[in-house]
Design a protein around this ligand. Structure first.
Ligand code: MLT
Length: 263
């Protein structure tokens, strides 16, 4: 699906009916991250997986940095466009940084929150410097090399060839301008650990056993800081749990949504 929203071209994948569940992908990916979630979730929700600005079929990024707050505002406008006052928001990694910016700016719209393979802490000084050198390296060496690097950095040891293929497809489809602007936007993101205590809706934190960006101990601390948070660690998976362990993840997501619906 596609719409022009406030002068911006927004593309998303959609299936199912009912209350809105909005799925927000990580960096440098797109809505195809969630392909294995459509069937199991669309019997209980209107599932919308958005392509963030500059990704997938959505319109281009103009300028840099692209901040997490700007991306959260895009989600707020998309929810308006879809006619949903409240939503179940699911964000993976950078999508989780955006989800926490959304919780801070538009928290009244949340019915529930799922943070996958993500964290509320900002980058360290060294992490910020690494983002800048990554931006330089990707523009110099190309995204094929970056896709190869990310297969090693993001996926667990058991990731299948189809999973590797989908990751590579998404990374190589992401424009350089998007990669650069979002690396700078992630480097600038503030600490949002204080936001966790304000999320007064059912919340789930998920991570992969082998996730090196948001390891299990970080997920456990995040869940403990949420007033109504629980945690699921998925065995064998790395950073991309929706692709690497869809069955285990989908079971956790369906249990979460059933808990939300039970009130
Ligand atoms: C992501 O998967 O969105 C990124 O790895 C997040 C990050 O680099 O911090």
């Amino acid at each position: 699906m596609h719409a022009d929203i406030e002068g911006r071209s927004v593309h998303w994948l959609e299936r199912g009916e009912g209350e809105l569940a909005l799925l927000v992908h990580g960096f440098p990916l797109d809505a195809r991250l969630w392909l294995d979630q459509f069937d199991p979730l669309s019997s209980v929700r209107r599932v919308v997986a958005v392509d963030l600005r500059g990704c997938g079929g959505s319109g281009p990024v103009v300028g840099s940095p692209l901040t997490m707050e700007a991306l959260a505002s895009d989600l707020d406008l998309l929810a308006d466009h879809l006619g949903a006052d409240r939503l179940d928001l699911l964000g993976l990694s950078m999508g989780g940084y955006v989800a926490l910016a959304f919780a801070e700016l538009f928290g009244h719209r949340l019915r529930s929150l799922v943070l996958l393979d993500t964290k509320a802490e900002p980058d360290s000084e060294a992490g910020r410097a690494a983002r800048i050198s990554t931006a330089e390296r990707v523009v110099a060496a190309g995204s094929a090399a970056f896709a190869e690097e990310l297969q090693g950095a993001l996926l667990g040891p058991e990731a299948s060839i189809p999973v590797r293929a989908r990751l590579r497809t998404m990374v190589e489809a992401t424009p350089y301008e998007t990669i650069v602007a979002t690396l700078h936007g992630m480097a600038e993101r503030p600490d949002r650990t204080h936001v966790l205590a304000t999320v007064d809706v059912p919340s789930l934190v998920v991570t992969g056993e082998h996730d090196r960006i948001a390891p299990p101990e970080v997920a456990e601390a995040t869940a403990a800081a949420l007033p109504d948070g629980s945690v699921v660690v998925i065995e064998g998976a790395g950073h991309l749990t929706p692709m690497e362990a869809p069955q285990a993840l989908n079971a956790a997501l369906r249990a979460h949504l059933a808990r939300v619906d039970a009130g």
